[in-house]
Design a protein around this ligand. Structure first.
Ligand code: G3H
Ligand code: 13P
Ligand code: ZN
Length: 342
């Protein structure tokens, strides 16, 4: 089936209710890992690409790999989503290429680092909503800023300095018409989120519950939601890596979120850890190997395992065939008739 809108996947997830993992990709092996995990667990799939991923893959390579995925995994409703679009232009180019969902991250200025004003965020996001909905494409916005200690996102902000204000979240959704809302509740991108198992002081689930109470019909998105499992850290360190001790977002907290309006959960780091661990293992155990397939296959398999586990933990497993895809043209009509208010 053709790529489908994320709005449809999230509306269906809300009926469940369940959550849907959104997994980042840069290359063929990562796309294959997600599609295989979706097939194995009978899950709908959200594949997402950052600006960095689009530039790494020259954009069109990624897009055509995704078309291959829709041909080979006909039975799986699959979304191609832009992760952290930094400007209206970036979102426009993604829609022009065929992405069926975009994130306008107006919580930061176009440099992707400096926290923006509420007014800037509303204006930029509103513009993307008008442009994208006219094509039936879904829009995710963000209010509040995530931490980004390690990877440049958020310019090293810590996870607690720009938490989402529940009142502002309501205004933001009303003024922009976004389909999904990313919120900041203490998580950060990358491996180094928490220096010990998070408590209510560092991971603000109470804030999420408060936002959900005020926006019960809005699909909430949790970014920075890798769990950074100890076993994946250990494999890397066992085979020559040098990760410092670190904690991610516990699965049970994500599951609590899913019971309270979270419909999309962003995971990248766990897959990076899994692939790197698998590759390090081959290099350490078989130093004579030099065929890239000898390490890319185990890397792909390791990522598939993590994705399949998350799909099961988030509850999307088994829901692949619940619905027929709604064509984007029909989504356009629904937006025009205002049948899809947030
Ligand atoms: O939001 C962050 C994702 O992990 C993507 O990271 O910008 O390094 O591709 P990236
Ligand atoms: P992690 O770094 O926790 O995997 O978060 C990924 C993310 O939020 C992508 O937008
Ligand atoms: Zn993110």
């Amino acid at each position: 089936m053709p790529l489908v809108s994320m709005r449809q996947l999230l509306d269906e997830a809300a009926k469940g209710p369940y959550g849907v993992g959104a997994f980042n990709v840069n290359n063929m092996e990562q796309i294959q890992a997600i599609m295989e995990a979706a097939r194995e667990t009978k899950s709908p799939a959200i594949v997402q690409a950052s600006r960095g991923a689009r530039s790494y893959s020259q954009d069109r390579f990624l897009y055509h790999l995704m078309l291959a995925a829709t041909e080979l995994y006909l039975e799986i409703p699959t979304v191609l989503h832009l992760d952290h679009g930094n400007s209206v232009e970036t979102c426009k180019s993604a829609v022009a290429m065929g992405f069926t969902s975009v994130m306008m991250d107006g919580s930061l200025m176009p440099d992707g680092k400096t926290p923006s004003t509420f007014d800037y965020n509303v204006k930029a996001t509103r513009e993307v909503v008008e442009m994208a909905h006219a094509k039936g494409v879904t829009v995710e916005g963000e209010i509040g800023c995530l931490g980004g200690i390690e990877d440049g996102h958020g310019a090293g902000l810590d996870g607690l300095s720009h938490l989402t204000d529940p009142e502002q979240a309501v205004e933001f959704v009303q003024q922009t018409g976004v389909d999904a809302l990313a919120i900041a509740i203490g998580t950060s991108h990358g491996a180094y989120k928490f220096s010990s198992k998070p408590t209510g002081e560092t991971l603000k689930m109470d804030r999420l519950l408060e936002i959900h109470k005020r926006l019960p019909n809005t699909h909430l998105v949790m970014h920075g939601s890798s769990s950074v499992p100890k076993d994946l850290q250990d494999i890397i360190n066992q085979y020559g890596g040098k990760l410092k001790p670190t904690w991610g977002v516990p699965i049970e907290e994500i599951q609590l979120g899913i019971k309270n309006g979270v419909r999309k959960i962003n995971v990248d780091t766990d897959n990076r850890l899994a692939m790197t661990g698998a590759i390090r293992k081959v290099f350490a155990e078989k130093p004579e190997e030099f065929d890239p397939r000898s390490y890319l296959k185990p890397a792909r398999e390791a990522m598939k395992k993590v994705v399949a586990l998350r799909m099961t933990q988030f509850g999307q497993a088994g829901h692949m065939g619940d619905y027929a895809p709604i064509p984007l043209e029909e989504m356009v009509k629904r937006y025009q008739e205002q049948r899809l208010a947030a």
